[in-house]
Design a binder for this molecule. Structure first.
Ligand code: NAD
Length: 489
């Protein structure tokens, strides 16, 4: 286990108004590694008063940002990317230690994608053109401009603790918003390191403020407080819906849970389907909103897909996330491991079979290491089919017709990402137009995604509101203002 270079974690603080501060409550909590079970450092437990201080600081930061040009803000984002570049090994190591994802195969890639996120924002904001609108009245000239919304409350989860915050912080700042950010408590140490990079890049005081502590306290305060103008939230559907009520009337960008249906048709390239679906189910130990959470397979190819997935799951090396050979590390926390236990147990009582895995691994540093699991004969009424699991489980069920597969896939409260494997263009289109998810991946895993493509839930389901990604986030995090000039002399 390597935590080389991470000895300075004892006095981590919050960042408010350009200063590193303790909590007004004077309490601290431990950051504990899911990989080792050991304490990494301690963090301040913020209070509502701390959140209010951060909102006040953001009001001042907003005024500073308003005096800057778009190009100035673009340069700040590019500088953040440069600083991150210089500290990427340190960030990746802490990410592995605190989140649990494998250092070589996943943590370094998340840091690279974080750097790209800051560079993307620096670029995209320069091309955020608006319009001149022809109108009936010959005396009028009508234009639109994009304005920052003001102070953004941003609350983020622990599964991609550098990349997801960047999806809001970088475009939010580029567009001129000041931000109060509450990260997930189990990945707050790495959040501190990200903010250190922002400070080093000379992000103006108050432009980004970090408040650490329990979501229902500090997160609640920043989303509900009248001093924040808009909310960006990534997390579970239940919390997202609660936040939507608490922040009623504010613009919301909500990226919530998924239950990714993966449909493998009888004409699919089976090797491709098995490889991509294994990645969909097991990447980041399944702790991905777009994970392959329900794998529906045409009965004609069902056994073969099940066998191939079992083979792939058995090949995954589960263990110390710092080892070069490790492909899967521990789950991040006990609640997600308990949910995985519960979903597997429920599936078994309803008739599913464990083909491989099915339990936590024994003999490793903590009990958060979960065996890559393949279940077959999963029934439609089981929790694993109906709800998001967020663990390393590939649950399979057979279907007999395209219509049945479509109906089953859409019979769910969630609608984030789906995947379809087929060689037929017309069958691909049939599903692409009818699946009730915000993203449909044809012949690739539910996890295929790039930073700048629109990402978000379909209307009418519980997977969120709005679209993240490149210019789409910039549009979400700005107000479109219409300016009408009367030009008669
Ligand atoms: P969570 O909803 O439990 O917590 C998310 C964040 O909200 C945390 O920072 C938490 O402290 C905070 N929070 C909790 N209660 C709050 C409250 N009452 N008010 C304000 N903030 C509160 O989710 P999680 O377990 O951290 O993350 C996993 C979930 O995130 C999964 O459902 C996953 O699908 C979803 N997710 C979605 C996307 C996406 O882009 N759609 C991406 C990643 C994760």
């Amino acid at each position: 286990m390597s935590n080389q270079g991470l000895q300075q974690l004892q006095d981590l603080r919050m960042y408010i108004g350009g200063r590193w501060v303790e909590s007004t409550g004077a309490k601290r909590f431990e950051a504990r590694s899911p990989a080792t079970g050991r304490t990494i450092g301690t963090l301040p437990e913020g209070t509502r008063e701390d959140a209010q201080r951060a909102i006040d600081a953001a009001q001042k930061g907003k005024a500073i940002l308003a005096k800057m040009s778009t190009w100035d803000r673009s340069k700040i984002c590019a500088r953040v990317a440069d600083v991150l570049e210089g500290r990427k090994e340190e960030l990746a190591r802490l990410l592995t230690l605190e989140q649990g994802k494998p250092y070589h195969t996943e943590a370094r890639a998340e840091v690279e994608s974080t750097i790209e996120g800051w560079r993307d924002a620096a670029e995209h904001v320069k091309w955020l053109e608006t319009s001149v609108i022809p109108v009936q009245d010959r005396h009028k000239r009508v234009i639109t401009i994009r304005q920052p919304r003001g102070v953004y409350a941003v609350v983020t989860p622990w599964n991609f603790p550098l990349n997801i915050p960047t999806e809001y912080l970088a475009p939010g700042l580029a567009a001129g918003n000041a931000i109060v950010w509450v990260p997930a408590p189990t990945t707050s140490a790495v959040a501190v390191k990200l903010v250190e990079c922002l400070e080093e890049a000379e992000v103006p005081a108050g432009a980004v403020n970090l408040v650490i502590g329990p979501g229902p306290v500090v997160g609640d305060e920043i989303v509900a407080h009248p001093g924040t103008d808009a909310v960006g939230f990534t997390g579970s559907s239940a919390t997202g819906e609660h936040i939507a009520r608490r922040a009623a009337g504010k613009p919301l960008l909500l990226e919530l849970g998924g239950n990714g249906p993966t449909l493998i048709l009888d004409d699919a390239d089976l090797e491709r389907a098995a490889q991509a679906t294994a990645f969909g189910a097991f990447f980041n130990a399944g702790q991905v909103c777009s994970a392959a959470e329900r794998i529906l397979v045409h009965r004609r190819v069902y056994q073969e897909i099940a066998d191939r997935l079992v083979e792939r799951a058995k090949q995954i090396h589960l263990g110390d996330p710092f080892d070069a050979g490790t492909q899967m590390g521990p789950l991040n926390n006990q609640p997600v491991a308990l949910k995985t236990d519960r979903h597997i147990a429920d599936a078994l009582t309803r008739g599913a079979r464990v083909r491989t895995g099915g339990a936590r691994a024994v003999g490793l540093a903590t009990d958060l290491y979960y065996q890559p699991t393949v279940l077959t004969e999963v029934t439609r009424d089981s929790l694993i089919n109906r709800e998001e699991t967020f663990g390393p489980v590939a649950p399979l069920a057979p279907f007999d017709s395209d219509e049945e597969a479509l109906e089953w896939a859409n019979d769910n409260t969630l609608g984030l990402v789906s995947a379809v494997f087929t060689r037929s263009l017309s069958r691909a289109h049939f599903f692409a137009e009818r699946l009730r998810t915000g993203i449909v991946n044809v012949n690739d895993s539910t996890n295929y995604w790039e930073l700048h493509i629109p990402f978000g839930g379909v209307a009418g389901k519980r997977s969120g509101i709005g679209r993240l990604g490149g210019k789409h986030t910039l549009m979400e995090m700005t107000d479109l203002r219409t300016v009408c000039f009367d030009v008669r002399s």
